[in-house]
Write a protein that binds this ligand. Structure first.
Ligand SMILES: N[C@@H](CCC(=O)N[C@@H](CS)C(=O)NCC(=O)O)C(=O)O
Length: 203
């Protein structure tokens, strides 16, 4: 059994719940009090920065933080089609796009949304240009395969679609015509709907 500490329906813990739902593994969740958990000494023992998500692997009484690492830990423990067979080119492609989301797309997204005044800050235009540059290979890939790592839905789609969904608030996403149809397809998966992660339907 797994227990996942979260803070709201659209946090990074959603990916973990979505993944476990996709593969049919049961879990429970706790939504932490937004104003308190960062400073709670008991919670700081579970996550040294006082952030969510945190996974509790109850059977092992093991606590783990960092959402991407948690996904990989669970994917390895519960073999499924979502990462291929942990070897070969199929696996490499899933890991490549999984990391592209975590290490390339998500940090630039964070930079943009942390700007206090997006209209007058001169860094905004530079960051938006970088976002466009980073979206371009995703667009190119989706022109040749239905999912980001190939013919099948994978852990890479699951991770990437959460970031892309956040980015659909930016008009520049419309310059990449494959992205929104791809997102619509993924967000219609029953397990994605179940998480409530994608409340806006009009993207
Ligand atoms: N790299 C970390 C990021 C953790 C993170 O920033 N979590 C956010 C929620 S998604 C958080 O706890 N924020 C605290 C807050 O906004 O009050 C991960 O992927 O787990």
């Amino acid at each position: 059994m797994y227990h996942i500490y979260r803070m709201d329906i659209q946090d990074r813990g959603a990916k973990i719940c979505w993944f476990l739902t996709e593969i049919g593994v049961p879990f429970s969740m706790a939504f932490m009090d937004h104003h308190k958990f960062h400073f709670d000494p008991e919670f700081l023992k579970k996550h040294p920065l006082g952030l969510v998500p945190v996974l509790h692997d109850v059977a092992l009484d093991f606590y783990m933080f960092e959402s991407s690492a948690i996904l990989l830990y669970l994917a390895k423990k519960h073999p499924s089609e979502m990462v291929g067979n942990w070897s070969g080119i199929e696996f490499a492609k899933v890991m490549q796009w999984f990391a592209y989301n975590n290490c390339t797309l998500e940090p630039i997204y964070e930079q943009y949304f942390s700007l206090k005044d997006k209209t007058s800050d001169p860094r905004a235009a530079v960051i938006l240009a970088s976002i466009a540059n980073i979206l371009a290979p995703i667009e190119t890939q989706l022109q040749s395969t239905p999912y980001i790592a190939g013919q099948e839905f994978s852990l890479a789609d699951l991770a990437l679609s959460q970031t892309l969904y956040w980015l659909t608030r930016l008009p520049l996403v419309d310059n990449f015509p494959m992205i929104k149809p791809y997102l619509r397809k993924i967000t219609q998966r029953p397990a994605a709907i179940h998480t409530g992660l994608f409340p806006r339907k009009n993207f």
